[in-house]
Design a protein around this ligand. Structure first.
Ligand code: ZN
Length: 421
């Protein structure tokens, strides 16, 4: 292993080689600057001085085309008390119901079958599976969040997932018909070890079902703010296929989903059962090559476009401030913190931001030190403009804030091109 940590004091490490193919032929194409950890909200002003920052640079592997960060922060620091709780959004709740029905139908699961979810968070998704009559097991490293899942009746193992954890779980619980990992693979440093752990846990006819943000949407919609230290890999169908091959899995099926600004949902099975990748998968791989995803030039263009959208956003905010307008934020997501830090948007522009998650209310945003207030403050203070930092929930937010709009309030959606709504 190239990035094992000796002690907790060793918080930051720099990786030398690609997570899929081990090549050292890696090109840096995007520098977002020294940035604090996107989920390290601060409790009080006393903490501002001692805040730590780390490089936020994105690399392209010339050998296998994997887009990745090489600066690795110790997972204990990143995830032990992770604040994100999946249960807080209506959009996600609907997605979970649709997801569990699709998986149960596709794999023809019944009450004898087990579904294991890695990074099961507060058990929101597994609860949907349980309601459909399937056996469930969660694996979740954040102790405080695993406790919420248990209180909802979802058995949960409190561990970081890797191949060794997988062997232990298999010895106790047996294999599963489905092993699900949603929005976690991209956060893992040892990508191949994680994927071979998933393979270990599935029965001969079982499937590994993984959902990751889609690199193509990231590039085309300029979603640079989804770069933060937790988010280590940015996958295409091409690189998922190479990853599956490297651990003896075949990429059977892939779906492109709108959730989280564009995601891929992949189904992989044992190579013994599925000797070939799916035909539709190979077609998407060919389309990605056509779109330039395997060529560094596409990434240099992306970096230029990111710089341009930052300039446009700052011009808009400067203009509004010069007119004496007040501006607040909506949401305090990880991605919002990348955007705020990269653009240099602090309390000189935003008086405050609001968030529905009560665990974030009362804290300050990392790096930019903007106070996070409850959503009710939007109507209390009625700022002239609201910059939507949680843009993947923009429609839901604007629907819920019709009163704010009716009183003359306006929204700004920051990417891909800053737009006033
Ligand atoms: Zn590579």
């Amino acid at each position: 292993m190239t990035t094992s940590f000796g002690s907790l004091r060793e918080i930051h490490k720099k990786r030398k080689e690609c997570r899929i193919c081990r090549s050292t032929n890696l090109i840096k194409f995007l520098e977002l600057g020294e940035t604090p950890l996107a989920n390290s909200f601060l409790k009080s002003k006393d903490e501002f001085q001692s805040e730590l920052s780390f490089p936020l640079d994105v690399y392209f592997c010339q050998q296998c085309s994997l887009v990745q960060l090489l600066d690795v922060i110790h997972p204990e620091v990143l995830f032990r008390n992770y604040i994100y709780v999946t249960g807080t959004s209506e959009t996600i709740a609907r997605h979970n119901q649709e997801y569990s029905r699709t998986v149960v139908n596709t794999l023809k699961m019944d009450s004898h079958d087990l579904v294991i979810e890695i990074a099961s968070n507060d058990g929101s998704l597994l609860t949907c599976f349980k309601e459909l009559g399937v056996k469930t097991l969660g694996i979740e490293p954040a102790i405080n969040i695993a406790e919420i899942a248990r209180s909802r009746g979802i058995e949960t193992v409190t561990e970081f997932f890797n191949h060794q954890t997988a062997r232990n779980i298999k010895a106790t619980y047996g294999t599963a018909k489905a092993v699900i990992a949603n929005n976690v693979l991209a956060h893992v440093d040892e990508t191949r070890d994680f994927m071979s752990g998933c393979k270990e846990l599935i029965s001969p006819e079982g499937m590994v079902i993984v959902e990751v943000p889609y690199l193509r949407d990231f590039l085309e919609r300029l979603e640079y703010d989804t770069v933060y230290h937790e988010h280590l890999c940015y996958f295409s169908v091409t690189t998922l296929m190479r990853l599956c091959e490297s651990v003896g899995l075949s990429l059977v099926k892939i779906e492109h989903k709108p959730v989280h600004g564009g995601s891929l949902r992949m189904y992989a099975g044992h190579q013994e059962n599925y000797p070939k990748h799916g035909e539709a998968v190979l077609k998407m791989v060919a389309e990605e090559r056509q779109a330039g995803l395997t060529n560094i030039d596409r990434y240099h263009k992306f970096a230029r476009d990111v710089q341009h959208t930052k300039t446009l956003l700052l011009q808009l905010l400067d203009e509004l401030k010069s007119q004496g307008k007040s501006i607040a934020g909506y949401g305090a997501p990880a991605k919002g913190n990348t955007l705020l830090n990269y653009c240099g948007i602090s309390t000189q522009y935003l008086d405050f931001t609001v968030d529905k998650n009560p665990m974030k209310v009362g804290l300050f945003t990392p790096g930019t030190h903007i106070p996070v207030l409850p959503v009710s403050e939007l109507l209390e203070r009625q700022p002239d403009y609201v910059l939507i930092l949680a843009w993947n929930f923009a429609e839901e937010i604007m629907r819920q804030q019709q009163e704010y709009q009716a009183r003359g309030g306006k929204f700004i959606i920051p990417i891909p091109t800053p737009t006033v709504v």
